[in-house]
Design a protein around this ligand. Structure first.
Ligand SMILES: [Zn+2]
Length: 388
């Protein structure tokens, strides 16, 4: 079993790379590649189109079917404006807690997998353990699809996937999906006393946003009372609004962003049909008075929900390794598990730390969580060695 100190050492190294999603993750990827090279573990990149970021896939053990994928995202959310009491990119231990950006979400799980890699490799495994590390999870799970497609096409079919999001090392079998939209309304500027000469982008945008408010209220009313999620139904919120420059100028531009978080089974297109129809109608109305104007709706991300699997192989596996006999659980945040599941893999969420510490200033993971994670990895090593 890898030493606790070794896992913490790797975690400290990973946290030391500032992999905020707006920047590159390549320095971290290069470090992981060198570490794997030292263990003679083969790996390959699945980069983005610009070559500025990359996923990494590695296989410990034989290239045969029936392996387990350990998946984690390498990027972290920004620390800008957050009141940290210590450097977010240096792991500091206080009161049996390890502080630092990403300690919980979710470099902790990646550190556990890497700390276990030498033991798994040395166990002469009959079944492979694949590592799958992604980028741009925090800005809409944008990196994982190409990596999942590569795994599906090129690796001998794995039996299941463990996505190590923070779940207190308990098996979680469902999450909501998320679709994110950026809307830009363009009108024509004029003196606000001369409304016949221009088009206020703000006034048009407010009509669109009113439609969204109606939809959000309807979704709340129509939530399935038996839903295991909290809140039970889909939620729609407008997170950002920017519009206009002065009270006495008709606004030329108004932009807003909204997201729709939905439990498995919601038909997104149907739920938003009223909004899309309103956007088309307003676009036509604006163009009739200001041909340079209009409404642009841009879908920024669309992460599928992760549905509990009847007799799910991945959930049973994670429960066995984590010693988890508790009730079935789902979470309301979105993650990459829905993408793996949609590609045909039995999937479970299970990783160290609590989601309530994620994205926070002074993010931390409990040392006891890292210890539980190490026990999980020790049982994983035994499983790989036995091949069952
Ligand atoms: Zn995460």
């Amino acid at each position: 079993m890898p030493e606790l100190a070794q896992a913490i050492d790797i975690l400290s190294t990973l946290v030391g790379f500032d992999t905020t999603s707006r920047g590159s993750n390549l320095a971290l990827i290069e470090w992981v590649e060198r570490y794997l090279d030292g263990l003679s573990i083969p790996h390959r990149r699945v980069p983005n189109a610009e070559g500025t970021k990359s996923n990494l896939v590695a296989t410990i053990g034989p290239q045969v079917e029936g392996g387990v994928v350990l998946s984690g995202h390498t990027d972290v959310v920004p620390v800008d404006g957050q009141p940290w009491t210590s450097d977010p990119f240096t792991v500091v231990e206080r009161d049996r807690r390890l502080y630092g950006r990403g300690t919980c979400d979710m470099k902790g799980f990646i550190a556990l997998a890497l700390a276990a890699a030498p033991e798994i490799a040395a166990a002469d495994p009959r079944k492979p353990v694949h590592l799958a590390f992604s980028y741009d999870e925090e800005i809409g799970c944008l990196g994982a699809p190409a990596m999942i497609e590569m795994i599906r096409r090129e690796l001998p079919a794995p039996a299941l996937v463990v996505v190590g999001e923070p779940t207190d090392m308990e098996a979680v079998s469902g999450h909501k999906g998320i679709a994110t939209f950026h809307v830009t309304v363009t009108g024509r500027e004029a003196h606000s006393s001369q409304t016949q000469q221009g088009v206020s982008a703000n006034m048009a945008a407010i009509r669109l946003m009113a439609t969204l408010v109606e939809i959000s209220e309807r979704l709340e009313r129509e939530a399935d009372p038996a839903s295991p999620f909290t809140p039970k139904g889909a939620t729609l919120t407008i997170g950002v609004i920017h519009g206009g420059t002065a009270h006495n100028i008709l606004a030329r531009r108004c932009e807003f962003q909204f997201d729709l978080r939905s439990p498995p089974g919601l038909d997104l297109e149907a739920a938003l049909a009223g909004f899309f129809a309103e956007a088309v109608a307003l676009d036509r109305q604006i163009k009739a008075r200001a041909p340079e104007g209009g409404v642009a709706v841009n879908r920024h991300s669309n992460v599928p929900a992760f549905a509990p699997e009847p007799d799910g192989a991945a959930e049973a596996f994670a429960r066995r390794l984590a010693g988890d006999n508790g009730p079935s659980r789902v979470v309301s945040y979105a993650a990459e598990a829905g993408q793996f599941q949609r590609a045909g893999f039995s999937t479970v969420l299970c990783g160290p730390g609590s989601i309530s510490q994620a994205h926070q200033p002074d993010e931390y993971v409990e040392v006891s969580q890292v210890e539980r994670g190490l026990a999980f990895m020790r049982r994983l090593t035994e499983w790989a060695a036995a091949g069952a």
